[in-house]
Design a protein around this ligand. Sequence first.
Ligand code: FAD
Ligand code: DHY
Length: 497
Amino acid sequence: MGAITGQEFLDRLRQNPPTLYIDGQRVTDPTTHPATRNMAHSLAGLYDLQHQPELRDLLTFEENGQRYATSFMVPRTKEDLAKIGEAHRVRANYALGFLGRAPDYMNANVMAAGVGADYFGACSASVKGDPRRDFAANMRRYFEFVRENDLCLTHALTNPQVNRAKQASEMPDPYIALGVVEETEEGVIVRGARMMATLPIADEILVFPSTVLKENADKSKYAMGFALPCNAPGLSFQCREPFDLGRDPEDHPLGSRFDEQDAFVIFDDVLVPWERVFLLYDVELANKAYAGTDAVLHMAYQVVNLKVAKTEAFLGTAQAIVNAIGSGQFQHVQSKVAEIIVTLEIMKALEVAAVAGAQPNGYGVMTPARGPLDAARNYYPAVYARLPELLQLLGASGIIMMPSKADREGPLGPQIQKYLQAGAASADERLKLFRLAWDMSMSSFGGRQSLYEKFFFGDPVRMHSALYEVYNKQPYVERIQAFLNQAGAPQAVAADD
Ligand SMILES: Cc1cc2nc3c(=O)[nH]c(=O)nc-3n(C[C@H](O)[C@H](O)[C@H](O)COP(=O)(O)OP(=O)(O)OC[C@H]3O[C@@H](n4cnc5c(N)ncnc54)[C@H](O)[C@@H]3O)c2cc1C
Ligand SMILES: O=C(O)Cc1ccc(O)c(O)c1
């Protein structure tokens, strides 16, 4: 099949709806339910982008006479990587960078895991050559399957929060954290829950090990990697409160179209067929799965491109506000816009550096450089909160005094047009702009974005520790030692290459 259309995506979702619950009710059709229909149609629009004549060559690629989404492309050269990055940015712009988990993200994951599938073959529970239990073959086939059908995937890695002082096995019930109950001829039965799956309006869910299983044992029933359709028997998604409030898009420009949702995932004795198992019991392999296949780097490459698009949206909105209210002459206003420019340029530079330093990995995949991506992954969560704050500081009361479209069409319409016009725009234009700034920075949609940016790629505290562990600091320590050991006149120290 290859790259699908928006209509094909909607038809598939209607025929096989994920088992979503919102406000105590089952969502029988996510394409028509008020909380999910707009997002479903926005996703359809994203699928349609790849068929637009002017974007087709960028957003898809051809292999064996078939066209596939570019995010499934196995990069072999730096040019391939650059194309993938540009496609990520163009697709990110569709929602101004505010769709965190558009399908490209998981496409990058399954691409890297699929090509690096031998990693999963090393699992102690994998049976090489077995038609169903060879995990390497399963992972390879799954990549082909997702790519062939252009599936939309959600994913869930972390266990319920319950008690972070305890390990999964020490919880009040051994199946609060997702664990294997038993093996059967057909597959494994799993029970328990996972804390968070963004974009549950999806075809399939990928369940992978939570970032690090803290267990000391080599084997654990909590170590697993598998995929399932989102309507598998026993699987349920408890959605959070919707942020699509059913408002006119002019009043709620992002939330009314791009509420990707986040769901708590419950596995009530769910059968995972053997063909869909990629990892089982093996704690060490589970802990390193994202790094071992380099999937985390391809995902981080999608992320850095997405964040460039998002920061560009903040810059554009900030400057449009400044233009609208004529505040650009004030030095502190210029300085605030300059802060956004600095963040943008840093993220762009990290993206470029990731490609410039790319190297083929052991599976022949051109892999973006880890250093710049780790920097981006740690830097952006730390600075993001400043971006919505800057919009608030630049927009001030304008970000709260925003009569709606209905207000503008009501009895006070003429007064609103007069008093809420901008120095350089009509009231209609000004209010549309400020509504966007509000949705980026203050609405429930914008508030969730701030939390999302802090945590979506893991706990920032533990990400810093991970960076500390893997980064090679020794050459710099040696340089200092050499400097300190110099007797007499300083010697030139060779620069690091
Ligand atoms: C909006 C949103 C969307 C998300 N989407 C997804 C998704 O699609 N898929 C997915 O798998 N995950 C998703 N996540 C989850 C994300 O991976 C986690 O939030 C992140 O890994 C942190 O885990 P936690 O939320 O369980 O925090 P916790 O681990 O519960 O941490 C809570 C606090 O305790 C501290 N803490 C806890 N344990 C330790 C420790 N061992 N050492 C030091 N400090 C500790 C943390 O630093 C933090 O301050 C999403 C999160 C958010 C907020
Ligand atoms: O933990 C890792 O190294 C990778 C990782 C992947 C996907 C996520 O959603 C996430 O939070 C973390």
